[in-house]
Every structure is written in structure tokens, then in C-alpha cells.
Ligand binder design. Structure first.
Ligand code: CMP
Length: 137
């Protein structure tokens, strides 16, 4: 079994499609082992995305991620990291395949509805950024 970290981003919470995303997660065979709704401060968003701090979109990304609440999730299944990235679809919804979350619900490359860890190393930074051990059940 593998765990990955996921976020339902502010664009999705604002549009009331949290339930649609959760339904796609459950239909995809993921077990939700952690879930919380949280409003990130700008500094907390910057800390979460620190690997992107030199990228030109970093400032806008952190503004977006702290403009409203998000749902933070830990998902468990075999091959969870790769399978969650597959279910999310390409970063830019315009390039995402049919049936993926970003194709169905994404708005733009920034407001792309969901985040997922891109590697075991990312997951091991991102999961404890939001959750302690007692919250993963
Ligand atoms: P995410 O998987 O959360 O990781 C970094 C985020 O940066 C990415 O999804 C996008 O929403 C956002 N982003 C904004 N602009 C770009 C861009 N030009 N290239 C890649 N990611 C971008």
C-alpha cells in the first residue's frame, strides 16, 4: 500500500464541486485516510510550494492557494502516487484526457482543481505538512 497527498484547490471549493472530486477519488479505488478543510495563509502556501519558489508563476500560485479554503487529503491504494496523478490528468486542463478530474472540472493551468504529490519524496514532505500521525486512519 502507498499513500499520496492531495489537495482540492480553492477554485473547486468555491464552485461547490468538492463532492464531485471526492466521488471520483472513491470511484478510483482510493481510501481516504486523512481529510481536513483548511484556509492556508500566504506563508503556509509558500512553504508548501517551496520547490517552485524560483518559477515565474510562484507568486500567483501562492495568492491563489490562499484565497479560500482547500480540502487536504491523504489517499491510500497500491500505486497511489502514480494512480492519483493519472486520475488528476495533465497540469493544464486543456491537455488533460477525458474522464480525468482536471478535464472535467479544471478551469486553467493555475485553477486546475486538484494537486497531487509527484514522487515519494514529495509525499513524505507534503503529508506531514498538513497531518500528524493520529489524523491518518
Ligand atoms: P500543482 O500540481 O498544484 O503544482 C504546482 C502548480 O503550479 C500546478 O499544479 C499549477 O496549478 C500551477 N501552475 C501555474 N502556472 C503553471 C505553469 N506555467 N506550469 C506549471 N504549473 C503551473
Amino acid at each position: 500500500m502507498e499513500r499520496t497527498f492531495a489537495i482540492i484547490k480553492p477554485d473547486a471549493v468555491e464552485r461547490n464541486v468538492t463532492g464531485k472530486v471526492l466521488a471520483m477519488i472513491e470511484a478510483g479505488g482510493f481510501k481516504i485516510v486523512g481529510m481536513k478543510k483548511i484556509l492556508l495563509s500566504r506563508a503556509q502556501a509558500e512553504g508548501f510550494y517551496y520547490v517552485h519558489k524560483e518559477r515565474p508563476f510562484f507568486g500567483d500560485l501562492c495568492t491563489f492557494m490562499s484565497r479560500g479554503p482547500v480540502i487536504a487529503l491523504v489517499l491510500e491504494k497500491e500505486n497511489a502516487i502514480a494512480d492519483w496523478r493519472g486520475l488528476m490528468g495533465a497540469t493544464n486542463p486543456a491537455n488533460a484526457e477525458a474522464g480525468t478530474i482536471r478535464k472535467e472540472l479544471g478551469v486553467s493551468i493555475e485553477e486546475n482543481t486538484v494537486h497531487g504529490s509527484d514522487s515519494p519524496e514529495s509525499a513524505s514532505y507534503e503529508i506531514p505538512y498538513f497531518f500528524n500521525q493520529l489524523e491518518l486512519v
